[in-house]
Design a binder for this molecule. Structure first.
Ligand code: APR
Length: 248
């Protein structure tokens, strides 16, 4: 438990948080694996692989257009768990790193500035030729063209699909190698490389914490675990964490 840690000075402590779909569930966004492996009625293979996009690009565009519209609707707001993580960043500044597997923007909306979207973002489109990313807030299909190539090229959702390389890996690994505390929130721990972050953090000597609705696949690798809805357990844990700091 945190209480057993030596009293840290705030400026000496480095905290890395990994979030997954569970943190956004209570904001109304469905998780991936809580619904028999279907994500809004589609298999992951259909909508989250390069092969799926090659087979049926229209379906994939439509799928992410629906997700983007839902995300931008006024009903979808950050919840107490997102707000708690924004509070850690306000207090800790650059010593806090937030890595998310989520493609929503609820961490930014709650006030986090440094967010590493390792699986990409719904609000970004990527040129099929150059790989250049650009912001997008409306529907995307084959008719959208990039502004980076001549002649211009088609854009795809800027989402890291299965079989593709997650973003920011060198930066994330560097942060994990220096972490004092690693906290994993709302992820089933089934998708690598994120599922392996707890091992890297353990190798670095970090205190590792799981906050999830239920034990994840790698739950036994965590030193401390709390189970329940993110809106309850994350804010409680963050309050304890921030209280434990020595601010001198
Ligand atoms: N509070 C806390 N945890 C929750 C809540 C909640 N309200 N609701 C669900 N959970 C937990 C579930 O118990 C589950 O363990 O969140 C986890 C969500 O797991 P997944 O649906 O597998 O999502 P995630 O781990 O983020 O998926 C990883 O897989 O499909 C790919 O690229 C996609 O980024 C995604 C990756």
């Amino acid at each position: 438990m945190l209480a057993n840690l030596p009293p840290y000075k705030l400026k000496q402590l480095k905290v890395v948080v990994l979030t997954g779909a569970g943190i956004s569930a209570e904001s109304g966004l469905k998780t991936f694996r809580d619904n028999n492996g279907l994500w809004e009625e589609h298999s992951i293979e259909e909508v989250a692989t390069p092969d799926g996009f090659e087979r049926n690009a229209e379906l994939v565009y439509r799928f992410y257009n629906q997700r983007r519209r839902q995300l931008l609707s006024p009903d979808v707001k950050p919840n107490k768990a997102h707000l708690a993580l924004a509070k850690i960043e306000r207090v800790m500044g650059n010593n806090f790193t937030l890595v998310t597997q989520n493609v929503d923007n609820l961490h930014q909306k709650s006030g986090n500035k440094n967010v590493l979207h390792m699986h990409g973002s719904l609000l970004s489109a990527r040129c099929l030729r150059s790989g250049h990313s650009s912001a997008i807030y409306s529907d995307l299909d084959h008719s959208n063209q990039c502004d980076c190539c001549q002649p211009t090229n088609s854009l795809r959702p800027d989402i890291v699909w299965f079989g593709e390389m997650p973003k920011y890996m060198p930066q994330i690994e560097e942060c994990l190698s220096q972490a004092d505390i690693f906290i994993s929130i709302g992820t089933s721990g089934t998708v690598y490389p994120a599922a392996g972050f707890v091992s890297l953090a353990n190798q670095s000597g970090a205190h590792t914490v799981e906050l999830n609705m239920e034990p994840s696949s790698g739950y036994n690798e965590f030193a401390e675990k709390h189970y329940g809805p993110a809106t309850e357990i994350v804010s409680k844990f963050v309050d304890t964490l921030l209280k434990g700091f020595n601010f001198d």
